[in-house]
Unconditional design. Structure first.
Length: 239
């Protein structure tokens, strides 16, 4: 018999934990260490140390708190996302904070008290593979904030363009397509929309293709211009 070929074991996901609370750092490390595909390689107490250690050790995923002494998590985030996937892991639930971390490139947002050990390990694996991951409150906060701001912006534009857009319609979009289009108009990327709606990026792209066809638009900017120039009234379909 020919010798059996052994499949090589994938390298573990290398993780850096950045939190100024030693109890939280120790607890996270303890939750992750039993899993052979996850390895904590470094720990930092502030954003400056997190950046220095990330440059030195090249982790795959950084678990980052928002409130850190010295250089805080938000200040360090734009630099860290150039080197690794970043998963915010914090107690900060303010809408502006959640939204800012997404715009700066965070791959996910977990709120303390809202995830189990299994949720944590799944989130680390998800962001390592390019799939965003959010706990419910973070996703709800982002969606509510974007809807509020998007609605205000739409109303301002409509007031200025009523003569150019006399027919008020939703262009035949389904309820899900309306939701996705609102997020597009608010400036979200496909990845951020996927995380907010708890769907895959492929599904987001499929929705966008249908939206563009219904809005007779060839680009994101054209679709946004048509969408925000019209008040959507009446019931929408189901999808």
């Amino acid at each position: 018999m020919p010798p059996r070929t052994r499949t090589p074991t994938p390298a573990p996901i290398r993780i850096l934990i950045a939190d100024d609370n030693p109890v939280i750092r120790a607890g996270l490390a303890a939750l992750l260490s039993p899993h052979p595909d996850l390895r904590v390689i470094a720990q930092a107490t502030n954003g400056g140390d997190a950046l220095a250690l990330t440059r030195r050790h090249r982790p795959d995923v950084v678990l980052l708190d928002v409130r850190l002494p010295g250089v805080d998590g938000i200040s360090a985030l734009p630099h860290l996302v150039q080197l690794a996937a970043v998963l915010m892991l914090t107690s900060s639930r303010e809408p502006d904070v959640v939204r800012e971390t997404l715009l700066l490139g965070a791959n996910g947002y977990l709120l303390h008290g809202e995830f189990t050990p299994e949720d944590l390990t799944r989130a680390v694996r998800d962001v390592h593979e390019g799939r965003p991951h959010f706990t419910p409150t973070a996703a709800s906060v982002v969606l509510a904030e974007l809807r509020r701001r998007g609605s205000s912006q739409a109303q301002r534009i409509v007031a200025q363009s009523s003569e150019r857009a006399p027919n008020h319609t939703n262009f035949g979009l389904s309820s899900r397509e309306v939701e996705v289009m609102d997020l597009i108009a608010s400036g979200m990327t496909n990845q951020q929309i996927a995380a907010t709606c708890f769907i895959s990026e492929k599904t987001v792209k499929n929705h966008i293709n249908r939206i563009f066809a219904k809005l007779q638009s060839a680009s994101r900017s054209e679709a946004i211009a048509r969408w925000l120039g019209t008040i959507r009234s009446g019931a929408v379909g189901h999808g």
